[in-house]
Design a protein around this ligand. Sequence first.
Ligand code: PAF
Length: 282
Amino acid sequence: MKLISDKKELLSHLNSKKVESGTLGLVPTMGALHEGHLSLVQKALAENERIVVTIFVNPTQFNNTEDLKKYPKTLKADLALLEGLSENITVFAPAVEELYNEDIVSKQYSFDGLDKVMEGEFRGGHFNGVATIVEMLFDLIRPDKAYFGEKDFQQLQVVTRLSESLPFKVEVIGCPIVRETNGLAMSSRNSLLSEQMRMKAGLIYRTLKEVKRMFGTENATTISEYVSRVFASEQDMKLEYFQIADVQTLTPMIRKQKNRKYRGFIAVYAEGVRLIDNIAVN
Ligand code: PAF
């Protein structure tokens, strides 16, 4: 494993390792690595000759400065986790100025509404920030494949659309959600929860499993009312949104359409920490 924080050094390192055959994989992260990230890294290692793991807390995707300040930063522990995995990993962990120079702003994109609902509605400008950093990383690293977790399913769809619009051919690969033993989706933010809440937050996945069961017989309104009731009775958890949406367009499901795939999407504040999750319902 090699750690690099400078763009030029990264490019010369990648060029020196270029081989005729074999692909380059990219796993973009914001650090505070957990088993979910490691599953992306393992898949990328299995499918590519060499991989780059980026560790960069991207300021432009945060619409709330407190949230950015609180975001866990654990570079030393992250490197220790990656160290033993393979010598074919390059870790790129730049400072903010290295990528953004003086202008810490997002580019403006349009993703046909994919970026306007759910996360896009509640975190204004979030996907412009995500797309800005992902485009920068694709442009700089020019990977053949890039790996993103399905926990951020909306991000996965936005990044797929972004990649289709860019001149570099990057295959975007979605990877399944990895869960803690109580079902809580693995997230860097889980480390901000008390032990007690970390156990209790398994309620989010239990609710989504019930949503999936109800989907066979109930309509979207009845299911949404059920989810609202579950969280209304929890003092330290607050439902921000629940939505059943079409997986391709991310538009809310009004009536079930044959041959369409849907997912239930949820965002909950637990002890003030924002957690998201989703489940395929058909
Ligand atoms: O999913 C994340 O951790 C981030 O949104 C990403 C894709 C690394 C961009 O900063």
